[in-house]
Design a protein around this ligand. Structure first.
Ligand SMILES: [Zn+2]
Length: 264
């Protein structure tokens, strides 16, 4: 009978099964997307912007545009939010993206939107860091696990007030540039960040980012998008949250938007 014995309870062990069958819409044709990528890259650059270190910026994309985000000066991670440009109530849903793909996004994985929409917002098409794969501790890049660094949790950990986090940067950018609100910031896609869960305690861990100057990733917009990117004030994440982050480990990120020419 359950609960009456002093002996340690023994549970039957099963082999893990993958919870979610991948829907067809979560599996793109690599050849089709490689072609789309090359076609779009051979078009024109319609916007270039620099997200200065420890700040965030916003931009928009038309469906079909390709966005390249480059580590342009030194190792740096970024926190990203995505909204439907025509209805900001539809936004990126990191939890469902994690369930449909995995904890860390790879080329040809997609970013999904919240209910009741649940559709691809963007598709990752290139990553110069793809060879990193999954390291010996289970660490990998570009997670949809972390929520974003924020000053509320910083205060819980340190007892100190601060303004200087991806959450505060994203909030400032969307309020000032788009007239939106703090509540519109949602759980992020953590690009260039190396994270995982410890095997023994299943705690969220991070490692210094392996991204170096010149590394980049590219994604194609599936719908018209409004995007915000924070150049994380944790820089390359070589210092744990709660400790002072030296300015030298923080860098800007470069954003370029490519659009297919009408005549090709
Ligand atoms: Zn951050």
């Amino acid at each position: 009978m359950v609960g009456t014995s002093m002996e340690k309870r023994i549970f039957k062990q099963y082999e893990p099964t993958i919870c979610y069958n991948k829907p067809p819409s979560a599996q793109v044709d690599p050849a089709e997307y490689d072609n789309k990528r090359l076609e779009t890259l051979s078009g024109e650059i319609v916007e270039t912007l620099i997200v200065p270190k420890r700040t965030a910026r916003t931009w928009t994309m038309q469906a079909g545009d390709l966005c390249r985000i480059t580590v342009c000066e030194g190792s740096q991670v970024g926190d990203m939010n995505f909204w439907n440009l025509d209805n900001i109530k539809e936004h990126f849903y990191s939890g469902k993206t994690r369930q449909l793909h995995s904890t860390h996004l790879k080329v040809y994985d997609r970013l999904w939107s919240n209910f009741p929409h649940l559709r691809p917002m963007a598709t990752l098409v290139h990553d110069t860091l793809a060879d990193y794969g999954i390291d010996e501790h289970g660490g990998a890049l570009h997670d949809v696990v972390g929520t974003r660094c924020d000053d509320y949790t910083y205060k819980l950990i340190t007892g100190k007030d601060r303004v200087g986090s991806c959450h505060s940067s994203l909030t400032k950018a969307i309020v000032q540039e788009r007239g939106m609100k703090e509540e519109d910031v949602h759980d992020v896609w953590n690009i260039f960040m190396c994270t995982g869960f410890t095997r023994d305690t299943q705690q969220y861990f991070c490692k210094p980012s392996p991204a170096r100057k010149g590394d980049y990733l590219e994604f194609i917009a599936e719908i018209n998008l409004l995007i915000a990117l924070s150049a994380c004030p944790q820089g390359d994440v070589s210092v744990v949250v709660g400790e002072e982050v030296p300015d030298e480990i923080c860098h800007p990120l470069k954003v370029e938007i490519f659009r297919k020419s009408n005549n090709n």
